[in-house]
Design a binder for this molecule. Structure first.
Ligand code: GLC
Length: 591
């Protein structure tokens, strides 16, 4: 969608929330907020598509996806209508944590290609109107990075580039300086024989934490941002930002008191001294300044943007956007993991959905842009997590929600988790204990993209792939879903992206959410118009007619799930039951 340069006098977002259970009358809750003199920029209504490069397309048949592979598939991305791609890390890396351990921030790993390949990708993507976002990993480098090697040897200028601490001795035995834990289990401290000190790693041992209290580190990391901006990229997805700073006094963290977690598990402690420190949030504001300065010096009118990865409580999550009054800006958006990932404990439950959407809308400061994320490379695929029967409905819901839509590659075809054994796996947190691999591994959501029915699902020409191709590829693949006359996940995904154009001139929107046993409705009325768009979903294993008041007899079907008998343009039949998990988006006359 192209929404650039739409002048907004007043954008009033009125959110009216209606709750109901089957026997209770509706209770109504309303709140309003307004945005003045806004211009909607390209990213505020964009569909972002996360590419996991190693698993997307292998152009040279060596088993690993690469940049030339992405270039080959740009037509697919353009065909879908996607506005921007975000690439998980492609930099030089020993691949201890699949590229999130970077040994050179300014170069490309040979797995993926060269800087020239990236230049070509940028040129080809831009020629198709697609923006390119790179992953930026500020918290840690690889232990093979030249800075860490210099720091190990206390080379002048690098002594404090990382977080080094002396041991403590208990009964004469050397111990780490405090109880801090790694997100990947066990102590966050690793002993260095060479330096005779511990270093901090909030993730794997091969990912030492940079010391953000050292201004030279901050300067270097800002230079990395500038380097890529000069290179021509359109923005950054900022990795694991809550962990940038730690407590200066290195105090022990308190126990979380959570049930069913062992002392080695990250959840065992409450991370008040290692995550979301004020200094960390201010650092994000500083990174934003780097982008803003760059943007201000360009002759074009579009912003390079940053999006931050934050799994924190909702209040803290919002702080990464900036101050409530907008006087200090942070991330252009910080991923909304709440609505569809962290919150939905019962799966697709109408009341949980109601609450999780409301939670986000009620908490986002009025100046900032919402976003909706169904999955990523760290979460079981949405089709597996929330059920393959819900794939269309979830994409439909995300498409009608106001703001940004973030897709993880494969979601457009309903790809499920693959099958991987511990011996085949790569995820560092999982392969260290095969007995819990099935519960902890993120390899399942990282198996190759399923393009077609040929060998290795068309990912390559038959060479053994780095992670196995899922056996499900013969049924679930893009090629099967391409014919224009079938109502496939992919065709629905495309229709949904086009459908969002109806909101192009929206200066004001009213949202209404209805949840009741087995049913969910989300109604969006742009510009207080007489036309509204309603997403209606039968969250049940039985068919049923839609509840009274959900639709009108003149409603027109705009998009429908793949199990629906409706054709686009049909008049919705109030007496025809919706099938189990059938969902529709209707255009309704609101008068
Ligand atoms: C982020 C990444 C994840 C990685 C971690 C450490 O959470 O998404 O894949 O393991 O950071 O860099």
């Amino acid at each position: 969608m192209k929404l650039n340069d739409i002048a907004y006098c007043i954008l009033a977002v009125t959110v009216t929330i209606v709750t109901a259970t089957s026997n209770e009358p509706f209770t109504v809750k309303t709140f309003q907020h307004s945005i003045q003199n806004r211009y909607l920029e390209w990213w505020q209504t964009a569909v972002f598509y996360q590419i996991y490069p190693r698993s997307f397309k292998d152009s040279n048949n060596d088993g690993d996806g690469d940049l030339q592979g992405i270039i080959q598939k740009l037509d697919h991305i353009q065909d879908a209508g996607i506005d921007a791609i975000w690439l998980s890390p492609i930099y030089k890396s020993p691949q201890v944590d699949n590229g999130y351990d970077i040994s050179d921030y300014r170069d490309i790993d040979e797995i993926y290609g060269t800087l020239d390949d990236l230049k070509e990708l940028l040129k080809e993507a831009h020629a198709r109107g697609i923006k390119v976002i790179l992953d930026y990993v500020p918290n840690h480098t690889s232990d093979k990075h030249a800075w860490f090697q210099a720091s190990l040897n206390k080379q002048e200028g690098y002594e404090d580039f990382y977080v080094w601490k002396d041991p403590v001795f208990v009964d004469g035995e050397r111990q780490p300086p405090n109880n801090w834990l790694s997100a990947f289990k066990g102590s966050a401290w690793e002993w260095s024989e060479e330096r005779q000190q511990y270093y901090l790693h909030q993730f794997s041992i091969g990912q030492p934490d940079l010391n953000y209290r050292n201004p030279n580190v901050v300067r270097e990391m800002k230079d990395v941002l500038k380097y890529w901006l000069d290179f021509g990229i359109d923005g950054f997805r900022m990795d694991a930002v809550p962990t940038l700073f730690e407590d200066e006094q290195f105090r022990d963290e308190p126990l979380s008191g959570k049930a069913n977690v062992g002392p080695e598990d990250y959840e065992y402690l409450d991370h008040i001294y290692t995550t979301d420190l004020n200094e960390t949030i201010f650092m994000i504001y500083q990174f934003r300044q780097v982008l803003d300065e760059f943007n201000a010096n360009q002759n074009d009118s579009y912003s390079r943007i940053m999006m931050t990865e934050v799994y924190s409580d909702i209040d803290t999550t919002m702080k990464y956007y900036g101050t409530v009054d907008g006087s200090i800006r942070g991330a252009h958006f910080t991923f909304n993991f709440w609505t569809f990932i962290t919150y939905l404990i019962k799966g697709v439950d109408p009341f949980e959905l109601f609450q999780s959407i409301t939670l986000w809308l009620e908490n986002i400061p009025r100046l900032y842009t919402s976003n909706w994320v169904l999955g990523n490379h760290d979460q079981p695929r949405v089709a597996t997590r929330l059920g393959p029967e819900n794939v269309d409905a979830l994409n439909m819901l995300v498409a009608i929600l106001p703001g940004i839509w973030v897709t993880y590659n494969g979601e457009e075809i309903g790809q499920e988790n693959g099958e991987v054994t511990c011996e085949q796996g790569y995820d560092p947190q999982a392969i260290k204990n095969c007995s819990t691999f099935n519960e902890t591994s993120r390899d399942f959501e990282r198996t190759p993209f399923q393009w077609d029915t040929t060998v290795n699902a068309g990912f390559n020409e038959g060479a053994p792939t780095w992670l196995p191709v899922s056996k499900k590829y013969l049924e679930t693949n893009l090629e099967n879903q391409l014919p224009a006359d079938i109502n496939s996940h992919y065709n629905i995904y495309k229709e949904l992206i086009k459908f969002r154009d109806v909101f192009e001139n929206e200066t004001e929107t009213s949202l209404l959410i209805n949840a009741q046993v087995n049913w969910f409705r989300f109604l969006r009325i742009p510009n207080s118009d007489h036309i509204g768009y309603a997403f209606i979903f039968n969250i049940n294993d039985e068919e049923n007619v839609v509840p009274d008041g959900f639709a009108s007899s003149t409603s027109e079907v705009i998009v429908r799930s793949s199990n629906s008998p409706y054709q686009i343009g049909d008049t919705f039949n109030l007496t025809q039951p919706l099938k189990p998990r059938e969902a529709v988006i209707l255009k309704m006359n609101m008068r």
